[in-house]
Write a protein that binds this ligand. Structure first.
Ligand code: AKB
Length: 314
């Protein structure tokens, strides 16, 4: 029987992935955990308050619930990490190593751990970025994700831990807010538009970044985790792409439905981070290995969010 532990279940991705995994394995087989209180979306799930930095506590939760799979989503993201690099490095690395060590010791079936487009850097080819290429990340988040990818592959090669990973682009959803990322503007913008407020973007109007609608990210995560092990040929982390756009293009997509929407630009320190990240990603390996295909275009995502977000804002 599959028993799943989600670490970081109250976060932007976790609060949606928990529900999707409940649909796959049954809600009774999902244990949501976080260092903070449970997100309202996951109120119906068994919840453990868990500090993943505490290896003993992690082991106790895994044993208590007879866990067979862990989705370790907790991390300090790119922008927030820059305010305290040592803390971000320590949290991102120690938590991953705690999970990988426990997976090895307990011979857990599978581990999921997200990486990010933040592993790339200024010397990476920024258009159609290949799966394998130069990576020189210049944020502590990116450095920790690149090191984490190497650790994942190491635990797979040396100890047979079945760990799988995706380099997420910016994730955009309407059910919860992101925290501390460089791509967060692409979520905040919809909230401002629906409140009838002008949006001031912290990136320049022509900054193209790879992005993905949350439902595509959930689908990709579950598809990768359900794929037969022999199809998962990349054990560091898969490039994954869906849509790529600039703030100006995003504003235009909103204006198709809300012509009164206004945007202006006040780039801050996050501009330099965005400039070091790819514009577009080559994800042909994910498409070949386990059949990845995205569904949502920019306009389809905008339409879906502008339809579904208003009741949640009340
Ligand atoms: C961030 O902006 O830090 C994240 C990411 C791209 O990993 N959304």
């Amino acid at each position: 029987m599959t028993r799943v532990l989600i670490i970081g279940a109250s976060g932007q991705l976790g609060s949606e992935l928990t529900i999707a995994l409940g649909e796959v394995f049954g809600n009774e087989n999902i244990i949501a955990s976080d260092i903070s209180s449970p997100h309202a979306n996951i109120a119906g799930f068994t919840f453990e308050k868990l500090d993943v930095m505490n290896a003993a506590q992690l082991k106790e939760v895994v044993e208590k619930h007879s866990i067979t799979q862990i989705y370790h989503l907790a991390a300090i993201l790119s922008a927030k990490g820059e305010s305290n690099p040592q803390w971000a490095w320590n949290l991102n690395m120690t938590s991953l190593l705690n999970v990988l060590e426990l997976a090895k010791e307990k011979k857990l079936d599978k581990i999921y751990w997200p990486s990010s487009i933040a592993v790339f850097g200024p010397n990476t080819p920024l258009d159609n970025t290949p799966q394998f290429c130069e990576k020189d990340p210049n944020t502590v988040y990116g450095i920790s994700k690149l090191a984490g990818e190497r650790w994942c592959e190491y635990y797979f090669d040396k100890y047979g831990v079945d760990v799988r990973s995706i380099r997420y682009p910016g994730l955009i959803g309407y059910k919860s807010l992101p925290g501390g990322g460089t791509t967060d503007y692409a979520v905040d913008i919809y909230h401002k538009a629906l409140k009838g407020e002008k949006f001031t973007c912290f990136l320049k109007e022509d900054t193209a970044l790879p992005m993905m609608y949350m439902s595509d990210a959930i689908k990709a995560t579950i598809d990768l985790m359900q794929a037969p092990a022999e199809q998962v040929k990349v054990r560091s982390s898969y490039n994954l792409s869906a849509i790529s756009f600039t703030p100006k293009e995003m504003a235009a997509s909103i204006q198709k439905q809300m012509p009164e929407f206004e945007i202006d630009y006040a780039p801050d320190f996050r501009q330099a981070i965005a400039d070091s990240w790819p514009n577009t990603i080559d994800d042909s390996q994910a498409r070949e290995d386990w059949g990845w295909k995205h569904d949502f275009s920019l306009d389809a995502m905008t339409e879906d969010i502008l339809k579904n977000l208003p009741p949640l804002l009340d």
